[in-house]
Design a protein around this ligand. Structure first.
Ligand code: 5GP
Length: 190
């Protein structure tokens, strides 16, 4: 049996990775989603084990030290990381998996899984990105400013990716990603 394909969806915070991922989930039930571990506090409505595995800093450091994370990054004061086992077992069982992670982590995954498919989600413009972060209403001004600075640095790393998808409308972005998934399965070298 052939192994599954690892897809990484990355891009600046606020670009809508989470929303696009949930929409994809509805359309592609066979695509497996990796649930990350984080030390950030849950936002309203977020559920442990569904949106994230919410960890204390000590628990997260333990996971890091025991090599349980495929990648991790410290992002705006909190740790985020991808549990390794789940990803490896999913791929071994022949299923595709998608990671929705920030850019530093995506570059670490690229070193370990160069055969992965790296998709960069772009905002239609930087103004639009700022509006989205403000509109979410969950961040204070200092965090918004920090996230915008990080976003500009992150967009400069797009060159390391295989595909760029503009998130102008969720449905259109999903169609583009679905097309990428189909095309990757048609590749002769795979
Ligand atoms: P948020 O706090 O808004 O949920 O996420 C902040 C950023 O962390 C987002 O860009 C999100 O994609 C990213 N992120 C979520 N999970 C992971 C992970 O496991 N690893 C890395 N490197 N980034 C993640």
């Amino acid at each position: 049996m052939s192994k599954g394909i690892l897809f990484v969806l990355s891009g600046p915070s606020g670009v809508g990775k989470g929303t696009v991922c949930s929409a994809l989930r509805g359309k592609l039930p066979d695509l497996v989603y990796s649930v990350s571990a984080t030390t950030r506090s849950p936002r309203q409505g977020e559920v442990n084990g569904v949106n994230y595995f919410f960890k204390t800093r000590d628990e997260f450091l333990d996971m890091m030290q025991n090599d349980q994370l495929l990648e991790y990054a410290e992002y705006v004061g909190n740790y985020y990381g991808t549990p390794r086992d789940f990803v490896e077992k999913t791929l071994e069982s022949g299923n595709d998996i998608i990671l929705e992670i920030e850019v530093q982590g995506a570059l670490q995954v690229k070193q370990k899984f160069p055969e992965g498919v790296f998709i960069f989600l772009l905002p239609p413009s930087l103004d639009e990105l700022k509006d989205r972060i403000i509109g979410r209403g969950t961040e204070n001004q200092a965090t918004i400013d920090h996230r915008m600075t990080v976003a500009v640095d992150e967009i400069n790393l797009m060159q390391h990716y295989d595909y760029a998808v503009v998130n102008d409308q969720i449905d259109c972005a999903c169609k583009r990603i679905e097309s990428i998934i189909i095309a990757e399965h048609c590749k002769i070298k795979k």
